[in-house]
Design a protein around this ligand. Sequence first.
Ligand SMILES: C[S@@+](CC[C@H](N)C(=O)[O-])C[C@H]1O[C@@H](n2cnc3c(N)ncnc32)[C@H](O)[C@@H]1O
Length: 272
Amino acid sequence: MTWEQVMELNRTAQLRQLMTEYLQQFAMMASRFDGTTDRSAELVTVIDAYSAFITDEANRAAWEQLEQEAGPELARLAEELRRTSARCVSIMEKYRALKLLNGNAARTEYFQNIESCIETEFGSFQISSGSKVLMVGAGSFPMTPLMIARRTDAEVIGIDIDAEAVRLGRKVAELLGSGLRIRLERASVEQLADAGDLTHIIFSSTIAQKYELLDRLHPLTNGRVVAAVRYGDRLKSLFNYPSQQVDARKWKLVDTILRPDHVFDIALYQKA
Ligand SMILES: C[S@@+](CC[C@H](N)C(=O)[O-])C[C@H]1O[C@@H](n2cnc3c(N)ncnc32)[C@H](O)[C@@H]1O
């Protein structure tokens, strides 16, 4: 075995070890969430470290090597890590909302990472004051709806399957977005009365069923709508649900916005 091969082996073994450790930390933090912000700082530290891990160039190469060598048990570890880290991001949004509502707000690297993306989300399909935007997975701290409504004056509807996220999200929107056109609902896409008027749709990256929801939105929406699916492939798939093929009779991929320094990338679709 050459020296380079030994080094390669070390890097992939280290990566697998780190994945196992992150999974243990996320699982522990998800199980300890008790509706208070007592463990907020601890979770923020892990999520910020994990965001750096996911966007680290050196880890990207090691992941590609590991993926080639490893079998189904690596795929299971990756799936668990994706699911558990997504749960922790939802919890972190709850902490952020609770802290804001208790008068104790703070920024973290992860949120800066997400917020800095909003300008580029739709590439050349810009949002304006006449737009109607749907965010699927608006979260407890609906930063994307707030930033869009504030910067563009568009009407924004956010939906979420988590009733507590909707309840907290509404309070945050009241506090930070008073006067803005934001509506948050616990509704399925079929329950949206105005789906036919949507001009833009954004899917959170951490939604497992986002491509199924895109498919279901096809018959409900008009011919000009643009859908932005946040996703993460390869190493980024440890923190995001990856991109998928779409039904070519329904949707076509019109642009991909790759962001090497950010936790997720964006795929833009229009009707076929
Ligand atoms: C944490 S937030 C947003 C995270 C991040 N901004 C992003 O782009 O992934 C993700 C939200 O999606 C919600 N969610 C998960 N599955 C969903 C689904 N099938 N439909 C609607 N919302 C969903 C979760 O409840 C959570 O509040």
